[in-house]
Write a protein that binds this ligand. Structure first.
Ligand SMILES: O=C(O)[C@@H](O)[C@H](O)[C@H](O)C(=O)CO
Length: 469
């Protein structure tokens, strides 16, 4: 068992001085959580799933853990393969001591502490005991999906769904009035990525979901509009995109119509035609989001599915993605400017995956914060590989130096696991430590109400005001 003289996770975890502690405990800790972007399965919320064991809720679907296990030489059998849940947990427990300085080490022990009151460092020796203890706790009603969300004071979660999704589970959740707002984000990337091999098959599915036979680009627009209307009627107020970068090539309507027809005939498109089509549909979607008053999110810069061999075996979003070096600034500027020039730019959050783009994003948002809405265009919180202490600090420093961190809508988990909500606590501790250190150094005034209000706004009130859930 533990050889620690004191727990690793303490009340002052990540808080290095009394100002940081005061900011956290008085202005951050008790704020409800608005997790405005994640990939949680709404079915499991609707059914209030009771997980059989810790592996199902903590390792299943978590490609962050999977990458670490693979790096440690763990066979895929014990990650996504047919090993037992207990064997997979043992493999993860054996990996954890080797994740020092990776955020997984912090998250793992914060989550064990916050959900299960386990403060030992997880390792191969205590794996069985922790597995049995925590899995038994997961059998209690207090730690069903609803219980796990309520334990962390979650007020709102926003999942992510494809336009063809029926939203049946969101409808069930709303009918059951579970005490937590569960919304969705419209994610139409498959309609944009016309260079995907299975594009035509997907377009057929989009048409079926909208009740429209899609033979032209106009039909695509009509189908998307119908699905946006359906999502809106079911409470959706947000969209999300995960793209290499924003496409921007000039086009004419006739060119776009011809490009779509060429694709529907199964013929090959040129790179220029692909970029023209992506530009057209992104602008159409952006204008439509504006007309519905939605918030639009753009996650830019991932280099996806780098391992073709494993993509065939496991599919996308299974831990084979990395940071790309796509050019972002010029096209993003032209895209936002085109929408703004038509007075069709809605509230927008832009996220970068390459940290070299932090200052690009932090300065880009100022180009279109036109005074109509406080913090209309946002630089999003550290995403994916940047969703850790160093990445969070760098994003907040860039935003502070080149924008106004006081208007920042703060953290989101972007997770697939119901045990990831302590990431909000992690973010809040990082934020309070960042500001607390600067109070101590004299870079910020020792005015706890002034600085504390900024903390409380970033943790909760800015998101509460910005999103219309
Ligand atoms: O939205 C995305 O495309 C990424 O966030 C993707 O879902 C990734 O697998 C992830 O969950 C990163 O946190």
């Amino acid at each position: 068992m533990s050889t620690l003289t004191k727990p690793f996770i303490t009340d002052t975890f990540l808080l290095k001085n009394k100002f940081a502690e005061e900011l956290y405990f008085n202005f951050a800790e008790k704020q409800p959580i608005i997790d405005y972007h994640n990939h949680l399965p709404p079915k499991e919320i609707a059914e209030n799933r009771q997980f059989e064991n810790i592996t199902q809720v903590w390792i299943g679907g978590d490609h962050y853990k999977w990458r670490a296990m693979r790096t440690m030489g763990v066979n895929e059998k014990f990650i996504t393969g047919d090993a037992s849940d207990k064997e997979k947990f043992a493999a993860w427990a054996k990996t954890v001591p080797n994740t020092l300085r990776n955020p997984l080490f912090h998250w793992t022990h914060l989550e064990l502490a916050r959900y299960f009151d386990v403060y030992d460092l997880l390792n191969e020796k205590n794996a069985d005991a922790v597995y049995e203890n925590v899995s038994a706790q997961l059998q209690t009603p207090e730690k069903s999906v609803h219980g796990l969300l309520k334990m962390r004071n979650v007020e709102t979660v926003c999942t992510t769904e494809d336009p063809i999704d029926t939203l049946e589970y969101h409808q069930t959740i709303k009918q059951n009035n579970i005490g937590i707002t569960v919304s969705t984000a419209f994610r139409p990337d498959k309609t944009i990525l016309i260079d995907n091999e299975d594009y035509n098959a997907y377009i057929d599915k989009l048409g079926e979901s909208a009740g429209i036979e899609i033979n032209s680009y106009k039909d695509v627009q009509d189908a998307l509009l119908r699905r946006i209307e359906y999502f809106h009627a079911n409470g959706c107020r947000l969209c999300d995109h995960g793209l290499n970068n924003i496409s921007f090539e000039t086009f004419t309507d006739s060119e776009i119509n011809a490009i779509f027809e060429t694709k529907r005939k199964g013929e090959t498109l040129t790179p220029h035609q692909i970029e023209q089509f992506k530009t057209a549909i992104l602008l159409f979607l952006g204008e439509t989001y504006h007309s519905f008053g939605w918030v639009q999110q753009y996650h830019l810069g991932a280099l996806r599915n780098n391992n073709a061999r494993m993509l065939k075996v496991l599919g996308p979003d299974t831990g084979w993605d990395s940071i790309g070096d796509f050019s972002q600034a010029a096209n993003l500027s032209r895209f936002l400017n085109t929408l703004d020039s038509k007075d069709k730019l809605t509230k927008t959050i832009i996220y970068n995956l390459n940290p070299a783009d932090n200052e690009i994003m932090a300065t880009m948002i100022g180009n279109f914060n036109d005074g109509s809405v406080k913090g209309k265009v946002q630089f999003g919180s550290g995403w994916w590989f940047l969703d850790q202490k160093d990445g969070m600090e760098k994003q907040m420093n860039a935003l502070s130096n080149m924008g106004l961190i006081s208007t920042f809508v703060g953290m989101l988990t972007d997770s697939r696991s119901f045990l990831s909500f302590p990431r909000h606590e992690y973010f809040r501790r990082v934020l309070c430590n960042l500001l607390g250190n600067e109070i101590e150094s004299g870079e910020l005034p020792e005015d706890m109400d002034l600085v504390g209000k900024v903390v409380a706004d970033i943790c909760y009130f800015n998101a509460k005001e910005y999103f219309n859930f």
